[in-house]
Design a protein around this ligand. Structure first.
Ligand SMILES: NC(=O)c1ccc[n+]([C@@H]2O[C@H](COP(=O)([O-])OP(=O)(O)OC[C@H]3O[C@@H](n4cnc5c(N)ncnc54)[C@H](OP(=O)(O)O)[C@@H]3O)[C@@H](O)[C@H]2O)c1
Length: 351
């Protein structure tokens, strides 16, 4: 098994892991490889016990409260499902497992540190430390840890500890305000989880169109699109929306209605969102945007463009530098309705 080796601390931390799941065993193994002392792990099911034996060989497997007690004033990793966190902490506190000076760390993206408030009430420090990565609980996960960002919420006094833990995991800290955790996590779910659904819907559509190896066909295209989106932002958009080809989009909708009504509405919603972003980024002629929005709404000319005016006007789009500018960013009339201007930005023709 390979593991991060950098950042071995001079004074190792004492660490316990409650929840020998996909994340707990991998972070435990990585912290052990960085020189910290993993004193106990809790694992209830046979699957979790097998994972603990594979990833944390030789570490005593103890019940949760015993694991917490073994940590003393060290770091208690709580890597259980999100909904189990609050009841688990109540249980650990009631059993006397949480000590003043101990630092309880959970890895949920959606929760801030306050979900551990029962531990804080008995004098423990509390931290939310979410690795923005997908874990399977296998040794290969360790290879993906370098460079991972951790969405962290912690009181100021614990920030040096969090910074040290993340450095030892070879990661990068992103401080997330407690009140922004749900937005942070929704954004990650939208980007990463919905991407999986999108890719699988696309593969199904290709298969239905007679493509024998949809994933092979998609791989280079989607990798390029992802790289471009990460590097260029809205400038990466190509295809019929970016070109203003309303006729093509109308054709897509009509074919999907017959063949794939299951993802027709997803297509419509994402195409509409693409139009809105493209206009706000100055990538799409407002007249073409109006035609596209009408087609996507399935209404008469102009109706959808009017409905979308407010949406575009308030869109906050981070746009990379535009190297060329086309004239006329003013609102225009499309099918009788006002189509929004490009949020103050010039538009330019799509590739
Ligand atoms: N997997 C990911 O890709 C990922 C990525 C980033 C963050 N996270 C976050 O990391 C946390 C853990 O997720 P995961 O995917 O590692 O979950 P997981 O694989 O389902 O593992 C959860 C572990 O928690 C244990 N557990 C459940 N309820 C418990 C309780 N009441 N007391 C003690 N142990 C309990 C389970 O043990 P038994 O099997 O013995 O019941 C299991 O070992 C979650 O907050 C999740 O949001 C996950």
């Amino acid at each position: 098994m390979s593991a991060p080796q950098r950042g071995t601390p001079t004074a190792p931390l004492t660490v316990g892991v409650v929840g020998a799941g996909r994340v707990g065993t991998v972070l435990g193994a990585a912290l052990a490889a960085a020189g910290h002392r993993i004193v106990a792990v809790s694992a209830r099911s046979a699957r979790s016990r097998a994972r603990a034996a594979r990833m944390l060989p030789g570490v005593p497997v103890l019940p949760p409260a015993h694991t917490a007690r073994a940590v003393g004033t060290g770091v208690l990793l709580l890597t259980v499902p999100d909904d189990a966190l609050a009841p688990l902490v109540d249980e650990l506190v009631a059993a006397g497992g949480v000590a003043p000076g101990q630092v309880a760390v959970h890895t949920s993206g959606a929760h801030g540190a306050t979900v551990l408030r029962a531990a804080a009430e008995v004098g423990a420090g509390t931290v939310a430390l979410h690795p923005a990565m997908t874990f399977t609980g296998r040794p290969s996960d360790l290879d993906r840890l370098p460079g991972v960002s951790y969405g962290a919420s912690a009181p100021d006094r614990l920030r040096p500890l969090v910074t040290r833990l993340v450095a030892d995991l070879q990661g990068v800290v992103e401080w997330v305000h407690e009140s922004d955790r749900l937005l942070y996590h929704a954004a990650l779910a939208h980007g990463a989880n919905h991407l999986v659904t999108l890719v699988n819907d696309a593969a199904d559509g290709l298969r239905a169109a007679g493509v024998r190896e949809p994933r092979r066909l998609l791989a280079p295209l989607l990798r390029a699109a992802l790289d471009n989106a990460l590097g260029l932002g809205d400038d990466a958009l190509t295809g019929p929306v970016a070109r203003g080809d309303a006729g093509t989009v109308a054709g897509h909708l009509s074919r999907l209605a017959g063949d794939h009504p299951d993802w027709l509405e997803t297509y419509r919603a994402l195409a509409r969102r693409s139009v809105v972003r493209a206009v706000a980024a100055g990538r799409l002629d407002p007249r073409a945007a109006g035609r596209l929005l009408d087609v996507l709404a399935g209404t008469g000319p102009g109706a959808a463009a009017e409905a979308a005016t407010a949406e575009v006007a308030t869109a906050e789009v981070a746009t990379p530098d535009l190297d060329t500018a086309a004239p006329d960013a003013a609102p225009v009339s499309a099918g009788g309705a006002q189509v929004p201007a490009t949020a103050g930005r010039p538009w330019r023709a799509a590739r």
